[in-house]
Every structure is written in C-alpha cells, then in structure tokens.
Design a protein around this ligand. Structure first.
Ligand code: ADP
Length: 347
C-alpha cells in the first residue's frame, strides 16, 4: 500500500478531501468526499470523476503549473444545493506530482450574502416608491398646480402620507436591526403583562375607534402575570399584532386580546403564558402562513401599502419572541379571521 499514510491522513480529516495521482487518476477520497462527489471513486480519471468544468480547469492548472488554485464545486444535500470552495494544492508523490483537493462548505456564507443583497434590493425598492411620488408632487406643485389651492392641499396630504410611510419604514428597519443585534441575549427584567396589555390597547383605542372598531381585552380574573423580558420589546409585539388585527381585520370587527396562564407548555417544556390576538377579518390562506414572518413578505402588497404597512411588523415580532425563548403561532381560517398567539416562558 504505497499511500497508506496519505490514506490514513485523508480519512481522518473532517473536510472532503480527494487525492489525484501523477496518472491523473483519483488515488484517494475520504468518506466526506465520497458523499459529496459520488463519482469520485479511486482509480477513475479526475475528469470523469469531478465533471464540473471550473474545477477541472483548476486541477489542470495546478497539475501543470505546480501552484495552488482555488475553485468552486456545486453539490447537493438532499433537496438543498450546496456551494463548496475547493483548494487544489500541488503535492509531490513518490512517483511524480499530484494534487490534493480540499472542499470547504460555504453554503451558509453564500446564502447570507444573497439575503443581504435581497434585503438591500427590497429596502431600496420600498423607499424608492414613496420618494418618486414625493418628487413628482413637488414638481407638480411648482408647475401646473402652482396657483390651485385645492390641488395643493390634496397633494400636500398625499406627500405627508408618503413621507410618513418612509419614516415608518426607517423606524421599523432600526427596530429590526436592534432586535437582531440583541437576539442572543435573553432579557431577564420582570415584565407585568396585564398592565402592559391594558396600556397598549388603551393607546390603540383611538385607532380602532376611527374605523368603528374596538379592542376587547380578556385578562385573568386576578393577580399579576409576570415574565422575564424586555418591556419595550414586548410592548412592540403587542402593538404590532393589535395594529395588524385592526388593519386586516376590517372595520366593525372587534379584535380580542386574551392573556392566559401561566400553564405547562409542552412545546417549550416549561410553564408559559399566552397572549392571543384574534381578529374577525378575511383570514390568511394556509400556504402564506409559514412565510408571514419573512421580511417584506406580504399576502397582498397593494393592500399592505394602502393601510400603511411596511412588511416588517411580523419579522420584528418573530425576532423579539425568539429573543424571549418563546413561540409565535399563527392560525387562520379564510372568511373567519386569524389568531396570532405569542407563548412566553415564565422562567
Ligand atoms: P405589514 O406591514 O405589511 O402589515 P407585517 O409583517 O406586519 O407587515 O405582516 C405581513 C403580512 O401578513 C401583511 O402584509 C398581511 O398580508 C399579513 N397579515 C398580518 N397580520 C394579518 C392579519 N391579522 N390578518 C390577515 N393578514 C395579516
């Protein structure tokens, strides 16, 4: 066994590693490499084993030039595409020059990069729409509507709404950034939820009344309900959910906010309280539900914008609930309404 030490070394490495010998054939491949490149069995020519042109070029360059070369390999793990950075390094073997290929999984890195790009594209798009409209109206006010007080008033009203939308978007972005930054640190200050829900719903009452609506609070008969948490963030959770229930629930459809517990919560394996915000709106189709907490995901973009939505409210809620080691559950029935339940551990 001429390469038994090499084989032993390769087998011990946690990364996929392939050794190509002077005859351009695969001389060794560890289990991780065999799982990644099923055609990479020893004895095969590297061209028929590796198959991906970019990687084949890199191997050829390395074998002829004697210098390390980097390349990429696209793999597949179950239903998921994976991306690997491959370093092809020249090695001197007893019977001539060869190459060692090491594969690093950079899928998460690539995905994070893609998410960042999508996020920037979304933010730019969200800001551009109101900004274009603002600039358009400024031009109209300077030109055709210069001496038309009625049109001026109407346009200023629209401009105020568009500027307000941008301000709300910036507030939500900052808030999302802050929550994400702190997500790993679990908050511990005692927060009393009865008082918190009373104050949030009292604050929202005028908003509800404006559409002939109301908020019904259903609280435990007595006693304080305290959880370890961050009061400002939990207030934001209640606010976002109640705001949505009013926005999408529709006029004259009361919103019910129910606080229950503490009780044993099997999913969290501890005692927890529940805040459920229920509306009697049109409901959400089942296939949208898993995606509602994604940033900028909306069931109906036009409707969301019309009611002043930014598409970030539920993403903020999800991050805050995660930070509190809780759960967010969404149940909905078309034509009947939706219930957003936040489950928060009491210890
Ligand atoms: P938005 O600012 O658009 O309201 P959210 O993140 O708060 O953003 O919500 C995302 C989407 O989820 C909304 O655009 C809407 O389509 C849907 N949604 C949220 N809450 C409700 C609700 N109570 N009833 C129906 N649809 C809802």
């Amino acid at each position: 066994m001429p390469y038994s030490i090499a084989d032993a070394l390769i087998a011990a490495l946690p990364l996929p590693v392939v050794l190509i010998g002077p005859t351009e054939r695969i001389e060794g491949a560890n289990a991780a490499a065999r799982a990644l490149v099923p055609t990479g069995e020893p004895g095969r020519h590297y061209i028929t084993a590796l198959r991906q042109p970019a990687l084949l070029d890199a191997v050829e360059q390395c074998l002829t030039g004697g210098k390390p070369v980097q390349s990429r390999y696209l793999g597949r793990s179950g239903a998921r595409d994976t991306t690997w950075r491959v370093t092809v390094s020249p090695v001197g073997l007893p019977d001539g020059p060869g190459a060692v290929l090491t594969f690093e999984d950079i899928t998460a890195l690539e995905e994070a990069g893609q998410m960042r790009r999508d996020f920037i594209a979304n933010v730019s798009h969200e800001l551009r729409t109101p900004l274009t409209s603002l600039l358009g109206f400024v031009e109209t006010l300077r030109g055709p509507a210069k001496n038309d007080p009625a049109a001026r008033d109407r346009f200023l009203g629209i401009m105020e709404r568009e500027a307000g939308r941008m301000a709300q978007l910036v507030r939500d972005l900052l808030s999302l950034g802050r929550v994400e930054e702190e997500e790993r640190v679990r908050p511990v200050a005692p927060v009393e939820l009865r008082g918190l829900l009373e104050s949030v719903s009292a604050g929202m009452e005028p908003v509800a009344a404006a559409t002939g609506n109301r908020i019904d609070l259903v609280l435990p008969a007595e006693g304080e309900v305290t959880v370890p948490g961050d009061a400002d963030q939990l207030r934001q959770v209640a606010l976002n959910l109640i705001e949505n229930a009013l926005k999408y629930g529709g006029p004259d459809r009361p919103v019910t906010v129910t606080l229950t517990g503490p009780a044993e919560e099997p999913a969290l394996r501890c005692r927890a309280v529940r805040i459920a915000v229920a509306d009697r709106g049109e409901g959400i189709d089942e296939h949208h539900i898993p995606r509602l907490t994604e940033r900028f995901y909306r069931v109906d973009s036009h409707r969301s914008r019309e009611v002043g939505g930014t598409g970030l409210g539920l993403a903020i809620v999800k991050h805050i609930v995660n930070r509190h080691r809780g759960r967010l559950r969404i149940e909905s029935r078309i034509g009947e309404g939706s219930v957003f339940t936040v489950v928060l551990p009491v210890a």
